[in-house]
Design a protein around this ligand. Structure first.
Ligand SMILES: Nc1ncnc2c1ncn2[C@@H]1O[C@H](COP(=O)(O)OP(=O)(O)OP(=O)(O)O)[C@@H](O)[C@H]1O
Length: 457
């Protein structure tokens, strides 16, 4: 509308001017030179007017476009952030936002092998846990990408929620999670630091973790292998629900693949034998680790313990799963149960046997003999009866757990050390505990074990 008015005014001005010149010529009988000067001036005026009109048009159009783009951009941004929220996808944080949220990273919650975790609060009041991975670009970046790839698109009440991430500084990666207030399962079962979980609460934790793993293995577009299932990575929320966390070494696996080959990582005591032997891993490797967690829930202790017998040259180890099998066979399973649970009472021997039986299915050394997590959930919920677990050789024990310096506290991980299967035999012979062939199980409660390596296939 404005454009048209400007055009009309310009054309009308030119017509007026020409008319004025013609009238002036008629009245005053003006000469040729006068008209040359006048013509040039007129051309100048017309050129200026045309330039003005064009500029005005261009300016107006640009303004219209800018306004339209701004409003479309805003709409797109709103839509984009809305879709991310709906899909639960992680958002990118600025370092400054995380510094403000964590008061400059001064509330340390805990430290793991890969970094430190800090408590914080976002401006909208949401409590967060910020994990700072500081391993140098390659390792830290790898762990960071694994974590994001694995949990960015998964949503389950028993999986920790990843709110977002931040990579402003090349070698420092931040992952922002929902804050889970009651510490990890390790704090509850290995020590009294937070108290003692009752038997019912332990059964609930087992169910929650099983559901989370069943979801990762069977309900996601690609199978998600967690690969570091252990009490330290199972968080307890305010209602004592279990939340699985730490996807730093997880892997995605195509639905059609039966196994994948990857460098040995994970945590001592929980690594499935097929992984240690370099035979490839699958969702059944998580099932193995889960079985070990079940036994630790029953015993309130770690599966591998160092025995201090005063002999410094050769360390001796106690393997709890073997103790449990022994106790079950001799009808004394309650002797393997966490003393604190026995003191609390309200623990049913049949329920203990049932849980132990499920665990023994899960830790079968042959992966194909292990159940899948969907079946485990049905067993744990009592929807399907559990048959007695077959005997398993239980002789490929986590040799990499045998670490001269770190003893039994579980703090050592080979997460960042890629090991070849041959290393296992080497480590075994170094610690003097490689016995070829199978081994017979000692009958005593706290026996030490020798290790031999057989193929789980
Ligand atoms: N989302 C969270 N909310 C509350 N606490 C958390 C959260 N994530 C981790 N933590 C706490 O931070 C501690 C360190 O966690 P992190 O995952 O880094 O290490 P870890 O699992 O203990 O060891 P590792 O990295 O060796 O597996 C844990 O003990 C846990 O209690």
């Amino acid at each position: 509308m404005e454009d048209r008015t400007a055009n009309i005014i310009a054309i009308a001005s030119i017509i007026n001017l020409v008319t004025l010149i013609i009238i002036t010529r008629i009245i005053f009988h003006l000469t040729e030179p006068f008209f040359l000067v006048l013509g040039a001036s007129l051309a100048g005026i017309i050129a200026v007017t045309v330039i003005y009109i064009l500029r005005h048009k261009f300016h107006t159009r640009r303004q219209v476009l800018e306004t339209r783009m701004a409003s479309e951009g805003k709409e797109l941004r709103i839509e984009y952030s809305f879709l991310r929220k709906v899909a639960g996808l992680p958002t990118k944080f600025r370092l400054k936002e995380l510094e403000d949220a964590t008061s400059n990273f001064n509330k340390l919650i805990g430290k793991g092998a890969s970094g430190s975790v800090f408590k914080g609060r976002l401006t909208d009041g949401t409590e967060i846990a910020v994990k700072r991975i500081q391993h140098g670009e390659e390792k830290g970046g790898k762990e960071f990408r694994s974590e994001i790839a694995a949990i960015a698109s998964v949503q389950h009440v028993n999986l920790v929620r990843l709110f977002g991430y931040c990579v402003e500084n090349n070698n420092v990666y931040h992952l922002v999670y929902d804050f889970i207030p009651n510490g990890s399962l390790a704090d509850w079962i290995y020590s009294n630091s937070r108290g003692c979980l009752s038997w019912k609460q332990r059964l609930k934790v087992a169910c929650d973790v099983a559901k989370a793993l069943a979801y990762l293995h069977h309900d996601c577009r690609s199978k998600v292998l967690h690969l570091d299932v252990k009490p330290g990575n199972i968080l307890i929320d305010e209602n004592y629900n279990a939340v699985v966390s730490d996807f730093g070494i997880s892997k995605l696996m195509k639905r059609d693949d039966s196994r994948i080959v990857t460098g040995l990582r994970g945590t001592r005591g929980y690594i499935a034998p097929e992984w240690m032997l370099g035979l490839g891993i699958s969702e059944k490797s998580d099932v193995f680790s889960f079985g070990i967690v079940l036994l630790e829930l029953v015993g309130g202790r770690r599966s591998v313990k160092t025995i201090d017998d005063g002999c410094r040259s050769k360390k001796r180890y106690e393997y709890f799963p073997k103790i449990v099998v022994d106790k079950l066979r001799s009808g004394k399973i309650m002797e393997a149960v966490d003393q604190r649970l026995l003191d609390q009472g309200e623990i049913d021997e049949n329920e203990v046997k049932n849980l132990v039986n499920i665990a023994l299915w899960c830790i079968q050394h042959k992966p194909r003999r292990r159940p899948n997590m969907v079946d485990v959930v049905k067993w744990l919920e009592g929807r399907v009866a559990v048959e007695q677990a077959p005997e398993t050789t239980m002789i490929v024990v986590d040799l990499l757990s045998i670490d001269k310096d770190h003893g039994e506290n579980g703090g050592w991980q080979n997460r960042n050390k890629r090991q070849k299967p041959g290393v296992i035999a080497k480590v075994a012979s170094q610690v003097g505990c490689l016995v070829p062939g199978s081994m017979s199980l000692p009958k005593s409660n706290s026996f030490t074990y020798s290790l031999s390596i057989v193929s789980p296939r």
